[in-house]
Structure formats: structure tokens, C-alpha cells
Design a protein around this ligand. Structure first.
Ligand code: SF4
Length: 408
């Protein structure tokens, strides 16, 4: 047995352990065990610094889960978009392929609790119909292996799946969605990466949520993947009491870059049954994104998205940078809250004669104009030629009524 397998075996998982280790009331622990079992391996357990900290909240069952039975079991409607067992086909050229129900840790916020945990939730026998579907649908060029966690499979089983996928000519890209580099980095062995790299191009999407998860062990795991030519990107989830803070996020994303992991997505938490206590307001996410953009390198800034309930897919959300737009100009603010104007091109040419007076009539914080009430610092500046022929719908003045700025 490999070290990582032994560590999975040594995980905290029983009701007795929940009572003894975390002081959870026995009746509550039994309810939690029935709802979504615990699995906290010794490595991830060792990252907890104190009760209730960001690591604890992600892995230790909480009574709040049982108080929230109104949420959705399948918020992303993955099952409705599943033409055969273990495949979700939501986007035209991509398919999600669930290969196991097991994970190196059971995250309390998991969206896929209905599929994860008991080994009978995903049957290996059913993989054949999934392969057949992938073979038949020639429009699918990108397969995302997920679960559960595909790196819970043995090297032998994983290689069988990779080999079969690689035998399908139209599949160009294979992605492995795995939290193992974060929650059980001992799983990333030289033997594993040497096997995976035979099936390139293979990408790994991993899932770090807090800077404390970046340790010498997880650093080594991510570097081994990168050294094998496997690009690694990260999908984080915004969660109350875990990472709902701009400084924490900035530290997480910049540290990920240092271990050669590209921050890719930051998700709003899904409306999942038993996990609503993790959800924050959208404003919190926007505030964090606003405090990142311009303040740190673009490589460290993920796409902020909501995975739309009902199966709408990922929808990008941006702080409000465009304050006004008409056929001649776009009025924007930058990361410092300064106002700039970009002139639209007409027949391939911007109209240099058009001056754009900007008047800021109201600010959310009630301070009035921020001092650049005409053209702002970066606009086209020379306001003397307003007598030029004006285009249709030209507005003499742009009133910007919502400028949530100067708070960066
Ligand atoms: S590793 Fe992924 S699938 Fe498994 S419990 Fe955590 S979030 Fe859910």
C-alpha cells in the first residue's frame, strides 16, 4: 500500500472520532454522518491551527449543515444534463466524466455530495457507457475527469482510463479535476506523473482555498506536476469564514503563482443543501476582485464566476468599471477610481474632435466629485473644439451617477 492510501485509511471518519476529536454532540454527529460522511486525512488534519479556523471549517462537520435542508441537492443540474451515467454534457465541445465517488477528503461545502462518499454512488461498471458516449460524440474535444477525485484511483486504473480516452481521435484535451495536490499531496508521486505525461496534453485543475494550504508538501506536489509538463490551474470557492477577505485572497493567489499554479476561477459558493452557511454576498466577491485588479499582477487574478443554478453554466461577474457607454465613447474608471474615456472607432477611426465632458453628479459615499469632473486624467483632454460637427445622439455632458471609487 502506498503512503497516500495508508493516510486515507487513517482518516478521521467515524461518529466516535467526531465526538472525541471535535467535541460534537453524539446525536448531531450521527445526523452529520448520515447526511455526508467525514473524511479528514492526517495530513489535512495537521493543517488545523485552532478550532473554527479556515482549515477546520472546510473539513470538520458542522451542525449548521443539518439546519439547512432546503438547499438544492444538485444545484447545477448535472444529473439533468447527464445523457448516460457518469457523463454531464452541458457545453457543446466539453464533457464532464465522473470516474469515482471517492475523495482524499470530504469537503463540507461540496456541491456533489449526492455523488461523493459511498463507493456505490458511482459504479465502475457504468464507465463503459460513458466511453461509448464519448466515442460517438465527435464534437467533444475536451474531457474533464472528475468525481469524486480521479486521483483516488490507483495508477493502474487511472492509466486504463487515460489510455482509453487517448484512443478516441477527436478528444484533444484531457483535464483531471483533483483536490489531491491540496488535501493529500502525498498522492502526487514520480510514478504517477511519469504515467500521466504519456497521455499529453493533460491538464490538472486543482482546488486551493486558503494560503495555509500551501505547504512544503503541496508545493512539492504542484512542482512535480509542472515539471512533468502538466499545466496546473486552481479553482477556489469564496466562503464565509474561510477566505472572504481580500488580503487572504491576494496571499493565496500570489502564493499559488509561486508554486506554478495559475489561479483560474474564483466561484461564488453554490446553493447546495447543507452548505449555505458558507455563502457570502455577491458584493463581498466584487469587493475582493476590485481590490485585486490593478493591485497585483494579472496572472494572479482569476475569473470571478457564478456557476448558474439550474445548469446555466459559468457566468463571469466583474466589478463595475464601465460607467457609461454610448455610440461615441466608453467612460470607465480604473483600479484607483480615476475616470477615463475611450473613444469608439467609426469606420475604423476614432473622432478626435469629440470632446467628452464628464460630470460626476453623485458618489455613493456622498463626497461629490472626485476632482476630475471634466475629462479625467486620461481622456482626450483638449476641450476647446466642442463646435465641431456633432454626431447623432451626441450628449453634451455625461453624468456618471454611480461611482463607487476611491476606496482602493
Ligand atoms: S474533493 Fe471535490 S468532489 Fe470531493 S468532497 Fe471535496 S469538493 Fe467534493
Amino acid at each position: 500500500m502506498e503512503l497516500w492510501q495508508q493516510m486515507v485509511r487513517d482518516s478521521v471518519h467515524s461518529v466516535d472520532q467526531l465526538v472525541e476529536k471535535f467535541g460534537i454532540d453524539r446525536t448531531v454527529a450521527e445526523g452529520l454522518d448520515e447526511f455526508f460522511q467525514a473524511r479528514i486525512n492526517p495530513y489535512y488534519l495537521s493543517l488545523i491551527r485552532e478550532p473554527g479556523d479556515p482549515i477546520w471549517r472546510q473539513c470538520v462537520p458542522d451542525k449548521a449543515e443539518l439546519d439547512d435542508m432546503d438547499g438544492f441537492e444538485d444545484p447545477l443540474q448535472e444529473d439533468r444534463m447527464s445523457p448516460v451515467p457518469n457523463i454531464t454534457h452541458r457545453y457543446p465541445d466539453r464533457a464532464l466524466f465522473l470516474t469515482t465517488s471517492q475523495c482524499g477528503m470530504y469537503c463540507r461545502f461540496c456541491t456533489r455530495k449526492r455523488k461523493v462518499g459511498n463507493s456505490d454512488k458511482i459504479s465502475m461498471k457504468e464507465l463503459e457507457s460513458a466511453f461509448k458516449y464519448l466515442e460517438k460524440h465527435t464534437e467533444i474535444r475536451d474531457v474533464i475527469m472528475s468525481g469524486g477525485d480521479p486521483l483516488m484511483l490507483t495508477d493502474v486504473m487511472l492509466e486504463k482510463i487515460l489510455k482509453r480516452l487517448r484512443s478516441i481521435p477527436h478528444i484533444e484535451i484531457i483535464r483531471i479535476g483533483s483536490k489531491m495536490p491540496c488535501v493529500l499531496p502525498q498522492r502526487i508521486t514520480q510514478k504517477l506523473v511519469d504515467m500521466i505525461k504519456k497521455y499529453h496534453p493533460v491538464y490538472v485543475n486543482t482546488h486551493f482555498n486558503h494560503p495555509w494550504e500551501i505547504t512544503p508538501e503541496s508545493t512539492k506536489a504542484c512542482e512535480m506536476l509542472a515539471n512533468a509538463g502538466i499545466p496546473v490551474s486552481n479553482q477556489a470557492v469564496l466562503m464565509k469564514g474561510v477566505n472572504d477577505n481580500a488580503e487572504v485572497m491576494r496571499e493565496l493567489f500570489t502564493k499559488l503563482l509561486k508554486i506554478r499554479v495559475r489561479p483560474y476561477y474564483l466561484y461564488m459558493a453554490d446553493e447546495t443543501r447543507g452548505a449555505n452557511h458558507f455563502r457570502t454576498s455577491l458584493d463581498k466577491g466584487l469587493e475582493i476582485m476590485q481590490k485585486l485588479r490593478g493591485h497585483t499582477s494579472g496572472l494572479a487574478i482569476p475569473h470571478f464566476v457564478i456557476d448558474a443554478p439550474g445548469g446555466g453554466g459559468k457566468i463571469p461577474i466583474l466589478p463595475q468599471y464601465v460607467l457609461h457607454r454610448d455610440e461615441d465613447r466608453v467612460v470607465m474608471k480604473n483600479y484607483k477610481g480615476e475616470i477615463f474615456v475611450y473613444r469608439e472607432a467609426h469606420n475604423g477611426e476614432a473622432k478626435p474632435e469629440i470632446n467628452v465632458p464628464i460630470e460626476i453628479v453623485e458618489k455613493k459615499n456622498g463626497n461629490g466629485s472626485n476632482g476630475n469632473g471634466s475629462n479625467g486624467n486620461g481622456s482626450n483632454g483638449n476641450g476647446s473644439n466642442g463646435s465641431s460637427k456633432k454626431p447623432k445622439n451626441y450628449k453634451e455632458k455625461v453624468e456618471v451617477t454611480e461611482v463607487a471609487t476611491s476606496n482602493n
